[in-house]
Design a protein around this ligand. Structure first.
Ligand code: MG
Ligand code: MG
Length: 252
């Protein structure tokens, strides 16, 4: 299953299962946050996340996905997404995007957050703030029958005034029994265009934003995506259900 095709709507009971998956994922982030500081290696963070997930009876969603070698994606500074955890020590002034997904009882949750390491420049702090706000701006427009373009446009509208580059080659996605389901969720678009999202739709919304242009490059490892101009990048993601009562963030 990919991000094209039919959207699989989830029942209230299924959304409850996804909520449990998202709650465990949030607990993983809460534990990681105790360790994210200058000097820690991205590999140590990966080991902590892997143990928590496996000990809870869940399964890391990224490990082995198309051959991905780790539980976390750890993307530092100009790295946008899909960085490998390893021996790199995080240093004061860096930022690291931690992206993690898991399956609990066959239901997937997916979330990402970019953390400042110690004190970062005002310019970088602003990038993190705006990117996180753009995620919440998207979530805020979700309701039954909202059009996909309206969601994408809300994300874009929160970013564009700052002159940042929105990454276009990578997108959000539907999520459920598979990590990547329909629909594809773009981080740019036009209000009142595209398909209508019914109640029961669950999506992972994940703006990726660069201080420079939105152009990307993939490193020789075949995975790590960086900004083509090497400018710092930020990435925030939540798994969100659209219900009759409005949006429910399953990974909050
Ligand atoms: Mg993710
Ligand atoms: Mg995702």
């Amino acid at each position: 299953m990919g991000t094209s095709g039919t959207i699989w709507l989830k029942s209230a009971a299924e959304i409850d299962k996804m909520r449990a998956s998202g709650k465990l994922l949030r607990a993983v982030f809460n534990e990681l946050e105790k360790h994210i500081s200058p000097g820690v290696t991205t590999g140590e963070l990966d080991r902590i996340a892997h143990k928590l997930i496996v000990d809870a009876g869940a399964k890391p969603a990224f490990l082995g996905y198309h051959g991905f070698p780790a539980t976390l994606c750890t993307s530092v500074n100009e790295e946008i997404v899909h960085g490998f955890p390893g021996k790199r020590h995080l240093a004061e002034g860096d930022v690291v995007s931690i992206d993690c997904g898991l399956f609990l009882e066959d239901w997937c949750s997916d979330s990402a957050k970019t953390y400042p390491i110690g004190k970062v420049s005002d310019e970088v702090a602003q990038l993190l703030k705006v990117t996180q706000e753009s995620l919440y701006a998207g979530i805020a427009v979700l309701k039954p029958d909202v059009r996909l373009g309206t969601l994408s446009a809300a994300i874009q509208a929160a970013i564009d005034p700052h002159g940042y580059g929105i990454v276009r080659e990578y997108t959000g996605h539907g999520i459920g029994r598979e990590m990547h389901e329909a629909p594809q969720v773009l981080n740019y678009g036009k209000t009142d265009t595209g398909m209508r999202l019914k109640a029961g739709t669950v999506i992972a919304i994940e703006p990726m934003v660069n201080i420079g242009t939105g152009k990307t490059k993939t490193l020789a490892d075949g995975w790590t995506v960086i900004s083509a101009d090497k400018s710092v990048s930020a990435h925030f993601e939540h798994t969100v259900a659209i219900t009759e009562d409005g949006p429910v963030i399953l990974t909050a």
